[in-house]
Design a protein around this ligand. Sequence first.
Ligand SMILES: C[S@@+](CC[C@H](N)C(=O)[O-])C[C@H]1O[C@@H](n2cnc3c(N)ncnc32)[C@H](O)[C@@H]1O
Length: 235
Amino acid sequence: MFDRIAKRYDLLNRLLSFGRDRVWRKRVAEYLPQGDEIDLLDLATGTTDLLISLCRSKETVKYGVGLDMSAEMLRVGERKIVTEGLADRCALVHSDAQALPFASNSFDAVTIAFGIRNVPDVPKALKEITRVLKSGGRAIVLEFSLPKNRLIRQLYLFYFRQILPRVGSIISGDAYAYRYLNRTVETFPYGEEFCRLLRQAGMNIAGHSELTFGVASIYAAEKPGTNADQGSKRN
Ligand SMILES: C[S@@+](CC[C@H](N)C(=O)[O-])C[C@H]1O[C@@H](n2cnc3c(N)ncnc32)[C@H](O)[C@@H]1O
């Protein structure tokens, strides 16, 4: 499915989120580990927007690896990395987030934006994230969620169910993809329920923020080895 929509993916992201997707990706940088140079893995990297945003905004990202299962998404992403002059700091890998082709304890940070929802076995992918993180390393997940306020939630669901699939279908030429989006978002765990999955994968929650009325959320979790589990933070 992502191979089919790769060429129009970025345009649709900007359009359907009213440009918010860029702001949300920038917020992920706030949760990266502080201090020294870091090795970063961006899972379900797609067309590499998050990888590029993090490498551009944080000098401390020494090396970034983007991983995705869709060859076409990676092809679009590769071109962008070259255009951005990041080819010497970034590499792309065609693989599955449920079976990462990396040694244990390899990365200081693992990010995944709007990707975990698409992985068939979420606990397995989260365990893989824990495995490849160094002790004290951070997992940062950006994913859709649903607004808590009832009125905002109803308005959002109307947009999400009635408008977004139609616009997505016309521009991408793929009716299935944007129906799939709203179905998966409405059924995927978010908030405390998703924090529980992170804990079950062996991580401690280091932060949790709701973005744009709760339409999206950022979860930061740490592999044990430092003082984590400081509670939740909401914006
Ligand atoms: C909605 S896109 C998100 C792309 C990018 N992270 C972003 O923020 O725009 C979801 C991506 O997850 C990838 N994906 C789905 N299942 C995957 C898996 N098991 N392993 C790796 N990537 C996967 C898809 O190929 C697609 O590129």
